[in-house]
Each structure stands twice: as structure tokens, then as C-alpha cells.
Ligand binder design. Structure first.
Ligand SMILES: Cc1cc2nc3c(=O)[nH]c(=O)nc-3n(C[C@H](O)[C@H](O)[C@H](O)COP(=O)(O)OP(=O)(O)OC[C@H]3O[C@@H](n4cnc5c(N)ncnc54)[C@H](O)[C@@H]3O)c2cc1C
Length: 124
């Protein structure tokens, strides 16, 4: 992936990506299936390869190598992503976020979180 030299675009992309990641974690199942755990880990690895800012993607990949994703529950994933975001904050000399508050900050409020989506006609 090429270097994204435009700092405004890089920051906007970063803010929106972090928002997506943190909201995904806030809506992730409390007890995910094996398939969901695997999908989330694959998603993070693929995202780190395709993230459209070359140096960010490089740091993202290095982080995943050093700290493989933890996604066995919602709480674990929320904390993992919060720590990952704090690592980037540290490199960029931004304040550290209090990970104890992360769930309250990213609860998207888009429906009861213990009801799984079932496509029409799917057996429960
Ligand atoms: C995977 C990834 C790697 C990146 N690597 C680089 C890089 O190498 N170089 C570079 O210049 N930019 C990088 N960025 C972008 C960078 O992290 C910021 O998004 C960008 O600089 C804008 O910063 P910001 O101050 O607006 O807040 P952001 O860091 O984008 O955060 C947005 C909001 O999230 C909240 N927040 C902050 N920390 C946390 C946390 N730990 N957990 C939960 N919520 C939090 C705060 O409310 C904050 O205002 C990367 C982004 C991503 C997604």
C-alpha cells in the first residue's frame, strides 16, 4: 500500500476506522462462535494488509505480529482494540485512553445486543 502523505486525509481515515473497530467490538457477541472468532481475527489481518495508508498498515501489521488478536469475547476484543489504539496514540504522542470506559463510549445503541440477527426463514 502506498504512503498516504496527506495528513488531513490520514487523520480522517484513522478516526473513522477506529470508530468502526470500536463499535464492531461493542456489538461483538459476548459468547462468539468459533466461526465468529476466526472471522474477526481474519478481518483484522486482512484490514492490516489493505489499510489505505502504507506506513499505518505497516505499524498495524507489526502490532498484530507482536500482539495477536484476542477475540474470545466482546470484553476481550474491546480491551484488545483499546490497547492497540493506545499503542498508536503513544507513537503519535496523543493522550492515553482509559480502557475501563471503552464499552460505555462505543455502545452504538442500535438494538438489543443479546439478539442475534437471523435472515428471513433461517431456523433459530
Ligand atoms: C490501525 C491504525 C493504525 C494507524 N497508524 C498510524 C500511523 O502509523 N501514523 C499516523 O500518523 N496515523 C496512524 N493512524 C491514525 C491515527 O491513529 C489517528 O486516527 C489520527 O491521527 C487522528 O487522531 P485523532 O486525534 O483525531 O484521534 P483518534 O486516535 O483517531 O481517535 C478518535 C477518538 O477515539 C477515542 N480514543 C482515543 N484513544 C482510544 C482508545 N485507546 N480506545 C478507544 N477510543 C479511543 C477518542 O475519543 C478520540 O477522539 C492509524 C490508524 C489506525 C486505525
Amino acid at each position: 500500500m502506498g504512503k498516504l502523505g496527506n495528513e488531513t486525509l490520514r487523520a480522517q481515515l484513522g478516526r473513522r476506522t477506529w470508530y468502526l473497530l470500536h463499535v464492531m467490538a461493542s456489538r461483538y457477541p459476548t459468547e462468539p462462535t468459533k466461526d465468529e472468532v476466526s472471522a474477526m481475527k481474519n478481518f483484522l489481518f486482512l484490514m492490516s494488509r489493505l489499510y489505505p495508508c502504507g506506513d499505518c498498515a505497516h505499524h498495524f501489521q507489526q502490532h498484530l505480529k507482536k500482539h495477536p488478536p484476542v477475540a474470545s469475547s466482546r470484553d476481550e476484543l474491546e480491551q484488545y482494540l483499546c490497547r492497540m489504539h493506545n499503542t498508536v496514540n503513544k507513537v503519535l504522542k496523543k493522550p492515553q485512553f482509559d480502557c475501563a470506559t471503552v464499552h460505555d463510549n462505543y455502545d452504538c445503541g442500535c438494538g438489543p445486543d443479546n439478539v442475534r440477527y437471523k435472515p428471513d426463514g433461517a431456523k433459530p
